[in-house]
Design a binder for this molecule. Structure first.
Ligand code: NAP
Length: 210
């Protein structure tokens, strides 16, 4: 199997092509949205699901994670009303630790003909081997890495990857949390509806807390 990233092959099949872009999204920001929308366009996907993790088990113990309901509400506010991006609560409803293998299985149970594309940023892609049942993930979906133009990120060479170049936006959820805690503006780093929700719910006011 060719381990190097490649541009995607066009398909003439009519199976629904569904992007699965998961995250803690604590909080969501324009980097997430730009990645999702560019993957959708580049791979000719019917929709990209923004899957909000219930318990991002690899982050637990490292920092306080904001309540899933708040993160879900923020992602809904971020996306607004679009046909090509859809916020998914599949992991929040399932409860417990969030494993992508379970999510893909549930999506395929609902829509067995769907063609799934797991979309990952460069760090998430580099950490795939640490995931619970990552072989199951790879067997259920095509892996996609969204990366800045230029030399590709080092990827697990056992798997076949598609690569989508996206504009580089040096912005992270950590930076947004820190800015809110410091009383700095996050305007334009995330959609205004998210800025308003963070203020209304009093999120991220305490440094180091969720
Ligand atoms: P996150 O920090 O909220 O990030 C979500 C995604 O957005 C990541 O792919 C991230 O890539 C990307 N991203 C962040 N900032 C970006 C920017 N400025 N431009 C472009 N892309 C950007 O979520 P996460 O906690 O890493 O989780 C990612 C997914 O992996 C989730 O679905 C989670 O459930 C899954 N996961 C699964 C397992 C498992 O065992 N099944 C284990 C770990 C994670 P970067 O990582 O490159 O920032």
């Amino acid at each position: 199997m060719d381990p190097s990233p490649e541009t995607h092959p066009k398909t003439t099949l009519s199976r629904r092509r569904i992007g699965v872009f998961g995250g803690t999204f604590d909080p969501p920001h324009i980097g997430h949205l730009v990645a999702a929308i560019n993957a959708r366009q580049a791979l000719d996907l019917d929709v990209v699901l923004l899957v909000v993790a219930n318990v991002p088990w690899q982050k637990v113990g490292h920092r306080t994670v904001t309540a899933a309901e708040d993160r879900l509400a923020m992602m809904r506010a971020a996306v607004g009303d679009r046909d090509d991006l859809e916020v998914s609560d599949i992991e929040v409803r399932r409860g417990g630790d969030s494993y992508t293998a379970d999510t893909l299985g549930e999506l395929l149970d609902r829509e067995p003909d769907a063609e799934l594309f797991v979309i990952l940023g460069r760090d998430a892609a580099a950490g795939l081997a640490s995931w619970e049942r990552h072989d199951e993930v790879v067997s259920q979906a095509q892996l996609v890495v969204v990366d800045r133009p230029g030399p590709p990120v080092e990827l697990d060479r056992r798997y076949r990857w598609l690569r989508v170049d996206i504009p580089e936006l040096e912005i992270s959820s950590t930076e947004l949390r820190d800015r809110v805690a410091a009383g700095l503006s996050i305007d334009y780093l995330t959609p205004s509806a998210v800025v308003d929700l963070i203020a209304a719910r009093g999120l991220y006011r305490n440094a180091g807390a969720g």
